[in-house]
Design a protein around this ligand. Structure first.
Ligand SMILES: Nc1ncnc2c1ncn2[C@@H]1O[C@H](COP(=O)(O)OP(=O)(O)OP(=O)(O)O)[C@@H](O)[C@H]1O
Length: 386
């Protein structure tokens, strides 16, 4: 276990095998005053107090300061997934202590089995990943999370604890096979770990290279638009590119944990001959506008079709059209930028407006920003510069 004895550590201590093992190894290398253990008692299981007691006794014996967060929550009323809710509570608690004591790193006791299980799960679930398995070092709210026992197998950990007669808690949820992870856990043979780790390593190297290339490209993207010539007909590259493009423009959360299929379908559409494609996911509009892919936040768009006299001050400012509309103030004069709905029946010199614009290869995106002024009775447009 690589650990620097000069640094100060906040250690996540659940009382289970892994974190007790991590701390046992840690106290052998680092002075106790450089370690603070943090335990979260969720009061979720009937035996939660046993875990807390094990942590208290371990820390007392090893002269380590222990911070405990006692969670009071009515679990019948919890409306979200327990695991992700619980994870946020404990990571926030770790960060709070890291800042309070001005320590350097947070240590979490994931082991090699967790890493391999995560890898197998990622492959089965076919989600977009940025790393295969569990990374040794990550960040949470600017705090460094380090996993010093990621190279230890569960069997090695148990052997060490039993040999040294160290007391640990049994996590009763581990025995419950209804969870996917536990099903995978049961089917894994540690003898295959070297081979799986090698496969994981190769995939991660490839993924890292791709992410780095994509990031260089995405860094230079302006106006939330991607030139579709940047796609490479390489599945991994294209998927990462679209994902990073969405992520850097604030829409990554829509795709975290989502099946890769969603991004794959988007890419398939982008390669089609269609010059216009509009994909909507919650507040996101992805617009293929000929050779450009544009990200639009629906809440940034103002789409109208109404009599000119009903334009609000905000709308006049948004379209910067004060001067233009002052020329028209009759009641049968309407304004619109709702090109998807109105341009098929509006006419310019008796031709449908959308056909004229398509012929001119007018960008679909820009149509939302040019206000069309038209006569409601004959549907002819009046601002002929369009
Ligand atoms: N109740 C707890 N109190 C303090 N630390 C905990 C607690 N539960 C988990 N941890 C820390 O997190 C590590 C991983 O725990 P576990 O495998 O249960 O979580 P996970 O959901 O797989 O991963 P994650 O840490 O990302 O939530 C533990 O070994 C321990 O270091």
């Amino acid at each position: 276990m690589k650990i620097c004895n000069q640094k100060k550590y906040i250690a996540g201590l659940s009382g289970g095998t892994d974190s007790i093992f991590m701390l046992s190894k840690l106290v052998a290398k680092v002075k106790p005053n450089k370690i603070i253990a943090c335990h979260v008692n969720y009061n979720y299981r009937s035996d939660s107090s046993i875990d807390q007691k094990i942590c208290e006794e371990f820390c007392k014996k090893n002269n380590i300061k222990l911070e405990i967060l006692n969670v009071t929550q009515n679990y019948k009323e919890l409306r979200q997934n327990f695991e992700s809710w619980a994870r946020k509570i404990r990571y926030d608690f770790f960060v709070e202590n890291l800042n309070k004591y001005e320590f350097d790193k947070i240590l979490i006791a994931h082991n090699m089995n967790d890493d391999i299980e995560t890898f197998i799960m990622q492959k089965q679930k076919q989600t977009i990943v940025q790393y295969w398995g569990i990374e040794k070092k990550t960040f949470y709210k600017d705090a460094m999370i380090y996993r010093p026992i990621i190279e230890y197998k569960r069997s090695q950990i148990l052997e060490y604890l039993n040999e040294n007669e160290i007391v640990y808690a049994n996590d009763s949820t581990n025995l419950d096979l209804k969870y996917t992870r536990n099903k995978i856990r049961d089917s894994l043979d540690e003898n295959n770990f070297e081979k799986i780790s090698e496969e994981k390593k190769v995939l991660n190297q490839k993924l890292k290279r791709t992410i780095n290339t994509v990031l260089k490209l995405v860094e230079n993207i302006k106006d939330k638009q991607l030139d579709l010539k940047s796609l490479r007909h390489d599945q991994l590259y294209d998927q990462i590119l679209i994902f990073k493009f969405l992520e850097t423009n604030g829409f990554g959360n829509l795709f975290y944990g989502r099946k890769k299929a969603t991004i794959k379908e988007i890419i398939k559409e982008l390669y089609s001959n269609k010059s216009f494609i509009k994909i909507e996911i919650n507040n996101l509009i992805l617009l293929k506008d000929r050779n450009i892919l544009k990200i639009i936040d629906k809440s940034d768009l103002c789409i109208i079709n109404k009599p000119i006299v009903e334009l609000s001050k905000e709308e006049i400012d948004y379209f910067n059209c004060k001067e233009e509309i002052s020329k028209y103030n009759k009641t049968n004069i309407w304004v619109t930028n709702d090109w998807e709905r109105t341009f098929k029946f509006l006419k310019v010199n008796n031709k449908p407006l959308n056909k004229v614009l398509t012929k001119q290869k007018k960008s679909y995106f820009s149509r939302w920003f040019d206000l069309v002024i038209y006569n409601e009775s004959d549907k002819n447009i009046l601002n002929i510069n369009i």
